[in-house]
Design a protein around this ligand. Structure first.
Ligand code: GLN
Ligand code: ZN
Length: 777
């Protein structure tokens, strides 16, 4: 086949949730039965059409395959699973007459139904996006059902666009899949590659027949070191898949994109494969890495391909150093005569358009690039590639001026913050010995198996309305304060009535556990429309961490103090830890994350001192994201664990021995981070355990973890109320493994997404079960 040239500028993918989250609303309306499938499809078609128009307006070609067809109703991995017919056995019933599933069935696989659990969800490489994990068994029947992929291409074609379909590639699809429960031991989904590839070949043929000239197959699994498969096997899969796909005559040209890192030793194999274009992530990955040991054969094969230089960062929201990006594109030209410009990853990870932000400081805005600004950057670099650097000199210079302005702007580098960091001593990271603390904390006078909650109580409609009223200016700050105080009092009385031992204030004043702090710390900005898809219809609105972080005033003390004034029992102070604050924000790219984490830690350390001064004796610092930020590359993990654990210790080590420091982690699979969790040196660690029936308790017991621990006994992800017996069984299992004097009793996580009825019933059962187990000790 003779390929049409690859477009000079493109992006790997674009946000699909809509500028005003139109897709979220439509999908959720469809789930609630308020609109039918046709109406949802019409909304989705409107969004796709608006995206194409917008991308063309921003400078991508209408007729040269530059615009990616990267829409998804829920998730691109689920799309691929459905397109190749990889439906788990429990959802077989969803297949229609032609063997495919319709939109309702697609969502059922994503969300589950009755006793049929949905596909599991897990993090997509090193992003905050979560994909659905396909389940593959030796008998999974691969069969093409790609109507939607073809229809979206045709829809574009009919509207006058020649677009480029984007599909998760076959290797990544299988490497991200898990063996179905009924698969024999030792079975690996990648064992099925040879049977899956012909289905992809058929998909390519259908796309070619519809007129597609290029197709993009996303193969990020080729760059990842965290894929649990021997590297040699991953590399061997490249020839196994792409020799077959490339051999067909009736296919579009193939662009294999490898975002989220360096291809490394997979590059020679991909270079040798009969594909026409290779996408390199030159932001996370680096060219020299690959170049250094390029053998002549690889160099020769690469020279015959289009190299798509991913130089515009798809992962962050900074305008960045455009001149350096252009230099990187020029460097790639030494490898091949055919070079194109692209983003390093899909733009899925950034919000739509910084121009939608009317309330941000214009100076900050000039340093930012959201998806639309990144597309414009790609278009400019592509023009420079075609017409020479001179043609875009002004654009490059303007970006450099903004970068220099950012470097020198007030707040970006704050001398007092830097100085405080510079003089830190090892002792600032350590508390007294645990035994000494235990003695000092005796005065807390806690019962055996103390009961507590993780912090938040249900966020009722009333609370949300009050907050909306405060933001919208329809209620005064004083009135809002009064409403929150009323709520705190209700929550305190409820906990007293239920008989909980350590109380919380309930967190009614927090819109979000990170944004709440971002709004009160210097160095952060908050957006109005900066939503990014987290999974399915769920979006988050990360804050922008742009400068040195400091705390202008106490953030939580007044609420905690008020709550404590209402009761004779201990009220836990409640803070979000430095790692989680970073993980759920857009972080700066001009300072090592560890330094930023220590800045946040110092702000929290001051907050803890103020909480202590206000009479709070127990303080919880939540770090649910500790595991989430763990780097993909094994080699990078020790450094990460060093600064992340260090920042938690720095935040908490100023606490007096008599102050009990708690932490909370939202998962039960500790694996590689178990030592890190020990190193946090919290007095008490609460974790998720109910969902996994306390399995984690064994892991902890055998790991030598010897501080307080609160394995969750109530799965707060479901409205189900656990019975007293059920909780008793869980607790009995826990006391067998963990000495009763170290065991706490609590739910898996915060209660903010639950309703009051089930919360009250569940907490009542937890307390009854605890009393029964205490009596048997
Ligand atoms: N304290 C927070 C809450 O209870 C913790 C939330 C979390 O771990 N994600 O909501
Ligand atoms: Zn949690």
């Amino acid at each position: 086949m003779t390929a049409r040239p690859f477009p000079t500028g493109t992006i790997l993918g674009y946000p699909r949730i809509g500028r005003r989250r139109e897709l979220k609303r439509a999908v959720e309306s469809f789930w609630a039965g308020r609109i039918d499938a046709a109406e949802l499809e019409a909304t989705a078609a409107g969004l796709r059409s608006a995206t194409r128009e917008r991308l063309a307006e921003l400078g991508l070609g209408r007729a040269d395959s530059a615009i990616p067809e990267s829409f998804s109703y829920y998730d691109q991995v689920l799309d691929a699973a459905v397109a190749v017919g990889a439906i788990p056995a429990r959802f077989e019933r969803l297949r229609g007459a032609d063997g495919g599933v319709d939109l309702a069935g697609y969502f059922t696989i994503a969300r589950g139904e009755g006793d049929d659990a949905p596909l599991e969800m897990t993090k997509w490489f090193d992003s905050n996006y979560h994909y659905l994990v396909p389940e593959i068994s030796p008998t999974t029947r691969f069969e093409l059902h790609a109507e939607r992929i073809v229809a979206e291409f045709v829809e574009a074609r009919d509207a006058g666009f020649l677009t480029r379909p984007v599909v998760v590639g076959p290797i990544t699809f299988l490497l991200l899949a898990k063996a179905a429960d009924d698969a024999p031991a030792g079975f690996r989904p990648i064992d099925r590659l040879d049977e899956l590839v012909p289905v992809y070949a058929q998909l390519l043929a259908e796309l070619a027949a519809a007129g597609a000239e290029w197709v993009q197959l996303d193969e990020p699994a080729l760059v990842s070191e965290s894929i649990d498969e021997p590297r040699a096997r991953v590399i061997a899969a490249i020839a196994a898949a792409y020799d077959v796909l490339g051999a067909a005559d009736d296919r579009p040209a193939i662009f294999v994109a490898a975002p989220y890192g360096s291809l490394g030793d997979a590059l020679p194999a991909l270079a040798a494969a009969p594909v026409e274009a290779i996408g390199l992530d030159l932001v996370r990955g680096s060219l020299p890495d690959a170049l250094d040991d390029l053998d002549p054969a690889t160099a020769e094969s690469l020279a015959a391909k289009t190299l798509v230089a991913g130089v515009v960062d798809g992962h962050n929201i900074w305008r960045g150093d455009l001149a350096a990006a252009f230099a990187r594109v020029e460097a790639v030209q030494s490898l091949s005569g055919s070079v194109a410009v692209s983003t390093s990853t899909s733009l899925l990870h950034v919000p739509h358009d910084v121009d939608d932000e009317s309330k941000l400081d214009p100076r900050l805005v000039s340093w930012l690039a959201f998806a639309d600004q990144k597309v414009a950057q790609v278009a400019a670099l592509a023009r420079g590639l075609a017409e020479g650097r001179g043609a875009i000199a002004e654009t490059l210079d303007a970006a450099s001026v903004a970068l220099a302005d950012r470097a020198g702007a007030p707040g970006v580098r704050v001398p007092s913050v830097r100085e405080r960091l510079a003089v830190l001593q090892p002792t600032d990271f350590s508390r007294a010995d645990y035994d000494e603390r235990l003695l000092a904390q005796d005065s807390l006078d806690l019962p055996e198996l103390p009961t507590t909650t993780i912090g938040s109580f249900p966020q009722t409609g009333e609370i949300r309305r009050a907050r909306a009223g405060l933001v919208g200016g329809t209620i005064t700050a004083d009135a809002y304060d009064g409403l929150m105080r009323d709520e705190i009092e209700r929550v305190i009385r409820l906990q007293e009535d239920l008989g909980l031992d350590v109380l919380v204030h309930g967190e009614p004043e927090r819109n979000d556990m990170v944004q709440y702090f971002a709004e009160l710390l210097d160095g952060f900005a908050v957006t109005e429309h900066g939503w990014v898809q987290s999974y399915g219809s769920r979006c988050t609105r990360p804050s922008i961490l742009w400068g040195d972080v400091s705390r202008p005033a106490p953030m939580t003390v007044a609420w905690a103090e008020y709550a404590q004034s209402l009761t004779g029992q201990h009220v836990k102070g409640m803070l979000t830890g430095p790692v989680t604050i970073l993980a759920w924000s857009f972080v700066r790219d001009d300072l090592p994350l560890g330094d930023t984490a220590r800045q946040v830690a110092l702000a929290l350390r001051d907050e803890i001192a103020d909480l202590e001064a206000a009479g709070i004796r127990i303080i919880q610092v939540d770090e649910p994201a500790l595991r989430e930020l763990l780097p993909l590359k094994l080699a990078d993990q020790p450094a990460y664990l060093d600064w992340s654990v260090g920042s938690f210790r720095l935040a908490t080590a100023g606490a007096a021995s008599a102050t009990q420091v708690h932490t909370h982690l939202c998962y039960s699979e500790f694996g590689v981070i178990i030592d890190a969790i020990k190193n946090l040196d919290a007095d008490v660690t609460s974790i998720e355990a109910a969902r996994s029936r306390m399995e984690v308790v064994d892991d902890l017991a055998t790991s030598g973890f010897d501080h307080g621990i609160g394995p969750g006994v109530y799965d707060i992800h479901s409205p189900r109320v656990p019975s007293i017996d059920e909780v008793t069984t869980l607790l009995e299992r826990a006391v067998r493994e963990i000495p009763a004097n170290r065991l706490w009793v609590n739910p898996d996580c915060g209660l903010k997404t639950r309703g009051y009825d089930e919360t009250v019933a569940s907490l009542g059962h937890i307390i009854a079960a605890t009393r029964a187990v205490r009596a048997s000790l």
